[in-house]
Design a protein around this ligand. Structure first.
Ligand SMILES: C[S@@+](CC[C@H](N)C(=O)[O-])C[C@H]1O[C@@H](n2cnc3c(N)ncnc32)[C@H](O)[C@@H]1O
Length: 263
């Protein structure tokens, strides 16, 4: 990589423009949503600038993927890195990312599919329920603001299958870096922020045509305990900067050296 001096702010502006541009093909809603979400949701910039994916995790599984913003983000990240337009302070990024998204709502899937046709290898976007869909072997799983749509036993079922998909991924690449789950959740112990995000979620999900409201929360301590019980090592990072929500990004790594997938 021929590293040119580029500041974090300039790189993020460029990435934001590049990653949102393809959503023009999905229509005005898809375009404005992509611009707004990538611009104002601190998770995307936070994950990129902290290097939480890293060059050693090329296969991403995005669960509850909405418009599959990560498909375009990863593609643009790889292109910027190839062009040497990548800040020295940011960790490297996978040069040829392989993206799979799983999303329940057909309209979101359609918007995603109309905006990823230029990407190679072609992303796989499945219209399906995360509680039953097959998870491919992968290196990093992203679940942003999704698990509270299903009840507590179903959440645990999804996380168990995530763990197994990460273990299968690590077995493929001989586990050089741990498989990683990036899970953003609301902290139900933080009453005000959690109540605000519940209200926003209820409103948005009704508008988007969901029949079920996202209501199944846990406190941050309960989320961490659950992940630890499943074998993850967890680091919580506040991830609601600039918003009124009580969101936390859990960076959960699975120790792959000693474990085998459960049947
Ligand atoms: C708040 S949105 C977040 C979208 C995306 N993760 C992002 O950050 O842009 C939650 C998404 O999860 C999806 N979802 C909810 N329940 C699901 C399920 N059982 N299986 C798959 N996707 C689901 C919703 O349709 C919605 O697109």
């Amino acid at each position: 990589m021929n590293a040119l001096a580029i500041t974090d702010a300039a790189a993020w502006r460029e990435l934001h423009d590049q990653a949102s541009a393809p959503y023009r093909q999905g229509g005005p809603f898809a375009w404005h949503f992509a611009r707004g979400k990538l611009g104002y949701d601190p998770a995307f910039r936070g994950i990129v600038s902290r290097g939480l994916i890293g060059p050693g995790r090329p296969r991403m599984l995005d669960i509850g993927s909405g418009q599959s913003l990560f498909a375009n983000l990863l593609h643009s990240m790889a292109g910027m890195q190839r062009a040497g337009r990548w800040p020295a302070a940011w960790a490297g990024t996978p040069p040829a990312p392989v993206y799979t998204g799983i999303e329940l709502m057909p309209r979101d899937v359609a918007r995603a599919q109309s905006s990823v046709g230029h990407i190679r290898p072609a992303p796989t976007i499945v219209c399906g329920n995360m509680c039953t869909a097959e998870f491919p072997a992968c290196d990093v799983v992203v679940i942003l603001d999704v698990l509270h749509y299903v009840d507590l036993p179903a959440q645990e079922g999804v996380l168990l299958r995530v763990r197994d998909a990460l273990r299968r991924g690590a077995a493929d690449r001989q586990g050089q870096v741990p498989g990683r789950l990036l899970l953003r959740v609301g902290d139900a112990a933080s009453r005000r922020g959690y109540a605000i995000s519940q209200w926003v979620d209820h409103t948005v999900t009704r508008i988007r045509g969901h029949k079920v409201s996202p209501t199944w929360g846990r406190t941050l301590a309960e989320w961490i305990a659950l992940l630890q019980r499943l074998g993850f090592t967890v680091q919580p990072l506040p991830m609601s900067e600039g918003t009124p929500f009580a969101n936390v990004l859990l960076v959960a790594d699975i120790d792959t050296a000693t474990s085998t997938p459960s049947p």
